[in-house]
Design a protein around this ligand. Structure first.
Ligand SMILES: [Zn+2]
Length: 377
């Protein structure tokens, strides 16, 4: 570097145009190493015990026949104990016999370590009498040991009836939302996706590399609703079912905290969780800290952890994942990676720690989720 510069300066002195012509560089080959000398705080254990409210330890079987537990509980527990994660909530516990098997594999043998949620039978949405069937299934799942309901982003983006996308606020789900309220089962709902997934995959897209590698993650064009339409449909559900507690996963839209804050003010039954969104929160640390402090009683800790999920480096269950979350929430470190990956997987930027006070940490790590799940705070 110094030699080149010296040569350039020398060349300028001699009156030459330039010593070197710029070379093109393929974006995929670009791996800049930061030259900032900044503080690096290792946080191996969370400062207080943690409930990870957003994990996928099994994927619900669409037919409702079996459970496929990705890692044996013993392997999960060693990481949890090392990192101070007391409880993992497996949101995708499925339904039918699959749910029974999932409860038997995780929650029954380790009632103080694993909690299982159920899911709607979207495969049956076109059948007559679905609304009543689905309401009844929530009661059955509750008896089977499910402690809440998870709604995947497929509602609004994938689930179809006679070719048409089923809306998030479709009336057929009303008995389901009501049953959750009556049984005090929180609803963990994922609606829409990052804003960049709704815009063209082109040079202006800040998540170009991610979408270019996974074009099927894009919801731009075709008959997809816009991000805003999806968000609004979900808010209509919250408004229509005030006695049901909703946990809006991934912050709803982590790119627009002002919009989500306004919704938090409108809907007292709304909570948020920030799994797989510390990349967004961490690049706007002042706004994020303000949000988390203001709504400290309605924010839940979650990671969206998936054992063995190699397509999503930002959510592979393991020691590294949790260490990054602790560092982000507990320290004031600056300019560090939000995921253990060669290139930042959700966009080429780094994050800044929030340095949250102990009182806020305790609520986000534990008490808010404990209250919703009926556990001691
Ligand atoms: Zn998830």
């Amino acid at each position: 570097m110094r030699l080149t510069r010296r040569r350039l300066i020398a060349a300028m002195g001699a009156g030459a145009a330039s010593a070197q012509t710029p070379r093109p560089l393929d974006l995929s080959q670009f791996e800049p190493r930061s030259t900032l000398h900044v503080k690096e705080t290792a946080v191996p254990r969370a400062r207080f015990p943690v409930i990870d409210f957003h994990t996928h330890l099994s994927w619900g079987d669409p037919k409702g026949e079996k459970a496929d537990i990705i890692l044996p509980p013993a392997q999960l527990l060693t990481v949890m104990d090392r990192r101070n994660v007391k409880i993992m909530v497996n949101l995708t516990g499925g339904y039918g016999r699959g749910l029974d098997e999932c409860v038997a594999a995780l929650a029954k043998p380790h009632p103080d370590r694993f909690i299982v949620f159920t899911m709607p039978w979207f495969t049956r949405v076109s059948e007559g009498g679905y609304a009543r069937f689905q309401g009844g299934e929530i009661e059955r799942a509750h008896r089977a040991g499910a402690r809440g309901l998870k709604v995947l982003k497929s509602l609004g983006l994938v689930v179809r009836d006679k070719g048409k996308l089923v809306a998030v606020d479709d009336r057929r789900f009303d008995p389901m939302w009501e049953a959750c309220g009556a049984l005090k089962m929180p609803v963990a709902i994922h609606t829409s996706d990052p804003e960049a997934f709704f815009t063209p995959i082109d040079r202006f897209n800040e998540r170009f590399e991610e979408l270019n590698a996974h074009p099927d993650w894009s919801f731009h064009g075709k008959d997809y609703p816009s991000d805003r339409e999806l968000q609004e449909a979900r808010f209509r559900v919250l408004a229509r079912h005030p006695k049901t507690t909703f946990v809006v996963l991934h912050m709803g839209t982590a790119e627009n905290l002002g919009y989500i804050a306004a919704a938090m003010d409108r809907y007292p039954n709304m909570h948020v969780e920030f799994g797989a969104r510390i990349g967004e929160l961490g690049r706007q640390p002042r706004a994020s800290r303000q949000f988390l402090e203001r709504y400290q009683d309605r924010v839940l800790f979650g990671t969206d952890a998936v054992p063995k999920g190699d397509e999503y480096p930002q959510q592979v269950f393991g020691d590294k994942l949790y260490e990054i979350y602790w560092r982000f929430l507990e320290t004031a470190d600056e300019y560090f990676d939000y995921a253990p990956a060669r290139v930042p997987p959700q966009g080429r930027w780094k994050i800044y720690g929030l340095g949250l006070p102990d009182g806020v940490l305790r609520k986000i790590y534990w008490s808010n989720a404990a209250r919703l799940l009926g556990l001691p705070s």
